[in-house]
Write a protein that binds this ligand. Sequence first.
Ligand code: IPM
Ligand code: MG
Length: 390
Amino acid sequence: MNLTKSLNRNTYRTKDPIIMTYNIILFPGDGIGPEVISQVERIIKFFNTRFNKAQFAIETELAGGAALDVHGVPITNAAIDKAQRADAILFGAVGDSKWDDISFELRPEAGLLRLRKDLDLFANLRPAICYPALATASSLQPSLVEGLDILIVRELTGGTYFSQPKEIVTLQNGQKRAVDTTSYTTFEISRIVKIAFNLAAKRYKKVHSVEKRNVMMTGVLWHEVISELHQTYAENIELKHILADSCVMQLVRQPKQFDVIVCDNLFGDILSDAAAMLTGSVGMLSSASLGTNISGIERPRALYEPVHGTAPDIANQDKANPIAAVASFAMALRYSFGLVREAELVEKSISNVLDQGYRTIDIMQDKMCKVGTNEMGQKIVKELETIANY
Ligand code: IPM
Ligand code: MG
């Protein structure tokens, strides 16, 4: 136990060892966000009751449309301050057409984007893993997706999402002209590429670098920076360059050829939704958005969220699949708290529950047992209780 580290934290001593208390901020957001985050709370409660090495103190804050309705902004400065100090953030989802009339700067998504930018959460990890029981739920043939294990590493704080100018101007002839800028610096590219190489080194040692250097200057620089870094930093990793359009095509043609995919912010958004469907449903994909280390502590700033959106059509009907949110908490256990065994226990519980035949509506198959959001959460906790053996 590293005492210097724990002295800075909110700790208390029972008999021994020292129990760490980690502060987690929950941002359930809109639509199905609150429902899936409730299931994460069940898992947290399980660890708080049964696990004797760490405790999780949770606080809930508004984001997205929920914050707009109460505070008139998609996230408050106070919530951002809390998020800056938290050990980890768990986010649900934000957005709905009911806030379509709001100005662009105040739209619900702006709350999430501000969190990503203000906390410098530049490294977005989106694993696309096909659980064995779901190989037949994918829109592709089972043989193409069985055992699929891809990690998309998406740059999250630059590119088209944040570059300036970003505006709509009215021209003299009365026409309007919209501008989105895509810019990347060497620094921004190299820091995300290094993360991709480091992660590939712990996996199957292959990186596909995605860009559009045939059309975009950011693609030209991206290609140059990663090629140089490959030689100086990661010679033992197999590096392949692939154009973004071709990558989407290959993802649905032969997905198992990929190990780590590294790409810019916009391509990552698109590729990760495509990859999600390979795993059976977008309701299965978790993600971690990591920043630089919190000063004085080895842990990075981090936000964990399911890749799926708010699904307003099924909100408040106990239909949403909570697996992506629960798997996102497993990522928090692994990347923020170093609790690798606990992360694996959560992942194994999800896998076992699927093996037992329980399915939410998005992954429902013949002869399986349909369950709602709550029941799926309960099943996962029950399985945890069985296999954790605390
Ligand atoms: C995602 C989402 C977000 C994005 C939206 C909600 C702003 O689609 O995390 O993939 O575009 O990044
Ligand atoms: Mg997206």
